[in-house]
Write a new protein. Structure first.
Ligand code: C2E
Ligand code: MG
Ligand code: MG
Length: 418
């Protein structure tokens, strides 16, 4: 009987038992949350490491999922898919489960002396709000599984050499990121000064992350930030970077005239539940004045996670920490919503500055409006004297750009600060 309803590899109940459970759930209309998990590129992983090794990873994941749920709540579906079917007490349940699984995934799986990593995609389905009958459920399930299965949505997918190469590169970069989290000395911080255009003095600086990997060499943000965000690893990297910046402030910048050093936050940072608390505790550990740190949040992140962002901003503002709205002018902004957030600074994206060279009238209007709202303005990407003149003429008070200085290593930055 067991072999019909239990998966022999993981020992978890299988799809047939899940179906039985669902029949009961729908009969009593009892609220449940289903969390589907699928391992990204599992077939590729399996071809790379061999089927027995890949199966051991599945066993590991199955064993871990058992610890997350009661015995009749974790299921192995076909292939690399699993499902948790949990009675939902509140809406936050799925979020915390996803966080916990992701956290476990970052530790990897030990198989015969080798530490292996896989990426998991999640799909969430609430009963009864997303499906109130078994038929509705089966429809919804199909959709969810197709969304989380990492097969491109084309009728015929032809695998090319380039795909294999991209795939391999992606795995290598992910492994470089994991290795940097274990060895924070591989996370490099470059600093780019921000100047007051009236006085020509450096007033603050932005901290920008780079990764130095023993196999891949030096990685600029364009090669790893989005992967770090997709994988959730950015949360760890942000903390490492912030703590390095705080150390520099404590050791070398405590007495200097710089107002603050700014650190970029990603949307993914706002998904971790205690972001405000953990940022504050890093700053407090170094015993520096919190106002010496600033945070940059892009307009797209601010609009996407509006509630969370505004809550975190309020909490950190109480400590006198200031925020900059980054990459302003790149999205189709909901200006009203953005301006309701307590930003002290607005940074015009370099594309806005470059576009305004032909006709600065629109930029001048925006500048006046933002000044009326009490914002301090920063122009990014100023590369030429003409651009600097234009920026001055519309009344932007601060500048960050190659015209003054490129991002530089800590030592060079300290020499410039003097
Ligand atoms: P960003 O936050 O808008 O940072 C400004 C970017 O513009 C930097 O690129 C900087 O080197 C570049 N830049 C500055 N002045 C000029 C200029 O005059 N001309 C041109 N063409 N570019 C200029 P970088 O360091 O490559 O970073 C790119 C993006 O990666 C950043 O854009 C930010 O979104 C992201 N990033 C960098 N470090 C971090 C980090 O620690 N955490 C997070 N979440 N994102 C980061
Ligand atoms: Mg920035
Ligand atoms: Mg920017």
């Amino acid at each position: 009987r067991d072999s019909v309803t239990f998966d022999s590899l993981s020992g978890l109940p299988n799809e047939a038992l899940l179906q039985r459970k669902l029949i009961r759930i729908f009969r009593f209309q009892s609220p449940h949350t289903l969390i589907f998990l699928d391992i990204e590129n599992f077939e590729y992983f399996s071809s790379l490491h061999g089927a027995p090794t890949a199966e051991q990873v599945l066993v590991g994941i199955g064993t871990f999922l058992k610890t997350m749920a009661a015995s009749n709540e974790a299921f192995r579906l076909e292939g690399s898919r699993f499902c948790l079917c949990l009675p939902s007490k509140d809406g936050r349940l799925a979020h915390s489960v996803v966080q916990a699984v992701r956290q476990r995934m970052t530790q990897g799986w030990q198989v015969e002396g080798e530490l292996l990593f896989v990426q998991v995609n999640f799909g969430v389905l609430h009963i009864p709000s997303h499906a109130s009958t078994l038929a509705e459920y089966n429809q919804a399930r199909k959709r969810v599984l197709s969304e989380i299965t990492s097969v491109r949505k084309q009728p015929v997918f032809i695998f090319t050499k380039q795909d294999a190469f991209d795939q391999q590169r992606r795995m290598n970069v992910l492994s470089a990121l994991r290795s940097s989290i274990r060895n924070p000395e591989q996370v490099m911080v470059h600093y780019q000064p921000i100047y007051d255009v009236a006085t020509g003095r450096m007033v603050s600086a932005e901290a920008l992350m780079r990764i130095k990997d023993e196999h891949l060499g030096f990685l600029p943000p364009s090669q790893f930030i989005s992967l770090a965000e997709q994988s959730g690893l950015i949360v760890h990297l942000t903390k490492i970077l912030l703590s390095k910046v705080c150390t520099l402030v404590r050791k070398n910048l405590g007495e200097c005239a710089l107002e603050y050093i700014s650190v970029n936050l990603s949307g993914e940072d706002f998904n971790s539940s205690h972001i405000a608390g953990s940022l504050i505790s890093i700053i407090e550990q170094e015993q520096i004045a919190p106002k010496k740190i600033g945070f940059e949040i892009t307009e797209s992140v601010a609009l996407r996670s509006y509630e969370k962002v505004s809550q975190v901003m309020l909490e950190l503002s109480l400590r006198d920490i200031k925020f900059a709205l980054d990459d302003f002018g790149t999205g189709y902004s909901n200006l009203k919503a953005l301006m309701d957030l307590p930003y002290a600074y607005v940074k015009f994206d370099k594309s806005v500055i470059h576009a305004a060279m032909a006709d600065p009238a629109m930029l001048a209007l925006l500048v006046d409006m933002l000044h009326t709202l009490g914002k301090v303005l920063i122009a990014e990407g100023v590369e030429t004297e003409q651009q600097l003149e234009m920026v001055k003429s519309v009344g932007i008070e601060r500048v960050q750009g190659f015209y003054y200085a490129k991002p530089m290593e800590e030592q060079a930055f300290l020499e410039m600060v003097g």
